[in-house]
Design a protein around this ligand. Structure first.
Ligand code: GLP
Length: 232
């Protein structure tokens, strides 16, 4: 894994933005996209740029179970607001929060192999919604969100009770199929997860550690998230 430490989120977003543009200029056509506050700055830079994704496809990592695409808390809505309304793709896919079975999402992923996957990371080391304990060979599936994730994500909802308890997520093996991956982490709350990513043995206790086995991962962190990395 390549590690890039930047001063702040703005600088990290710019680095990720530049890598996305470089990948696109080198022929990348399928982009794996993430939600959460981490990639917001990258999406803003993309919105403000003259990049044209109309010949590209996007696939998103995850969606809350039970939320319709027009629900302002849904990841469908997030992506429209932060990117797709301004920068439409030829096709954009997210797991369907209203379906009973998310497994058909794997057919979409098989038809559109991801060239570049953008990732954030949860405070407990989850990627997408793959919580600790998720099998490394997992594919798209339904998850029961942990208390840590519910607490971290309640800031996006009016009341804690409104945070959905379940989500559909690409699995760890689905994510590992991407040709290249950029993981970003900003802020003190991500210190432990970033420490584990670089120092712990790969284990399902910290799902992100599976990335140690991927040949092309760039990790972009600010100084706060990198604070516990003493060996860099
Ligand atoms: C959610 C998302 C993840 C995201 C994580 C961190 O759980 N499913 O994809 O990486 O939150 O969110 P944030 O970027 O807001 O810290």
């Amino acid at each position: 894994m390549e590690l890039i430490i930047v001063s702040n989120k703005a600088e990290g977003s710019k680095k990720a933005f530049e890598q996305i543009i470089a990948a696109k200029n080198s022929g990348a056509k399928v982009f794996g996209l993430a939600t959460g506050s981490t990639p917001e700055g990258v999406y803003q830079l993309l919105r403000e740029s003259d990049v044209d994704f109309s010949d590209c496809v996007s696939v998103n990592l995850d969606e809350y179970v039970g939320l319709a695409p027009d629900n302002p808390q849904s990841y469908h809505y997030f992506m429209k607001k932060h990117l797709f309304d301004d920068k439409p793709f030829k096709a954009s896919y997210l797991p369907d929060g209203l379906s009973d079975d998310p497994s058909s999402y794997e057919e979409i992923l098989a038809a559109h192999p991801i060239d570049l996957q953008i990732l954030g990371i949860g405070n407990n080391g989850h990627i997408a919604f793959n919580e600790p304990g998720t099998a490394f060979d997992s594919r798209t599936h339904k998850v029961s969100l942990t208390e840590s994730t519910i607490q971290a994500n309640k800031r996006f909802f009016e009341k804690e009770e409104d945070v959905p308890r379940y989500a559909y997520t690409m699995g760890l093996a689905s994510i590992m199929s991407a040709k290249s991956i950029i993981l970003m982490a900003f802020g003190e709350a991500k210190q432990d997860a970033i420490y584990s990513l670089f120092n712990d043995q790969a284990s399902t206790d910290i799902p992100a550690t599976i990335l140690q086995n991927h040949p092309d991962v760039t990790v972009i962190v600010d100084k706060a998230a990198a604070a516990k990395l003493t060996n860099v």
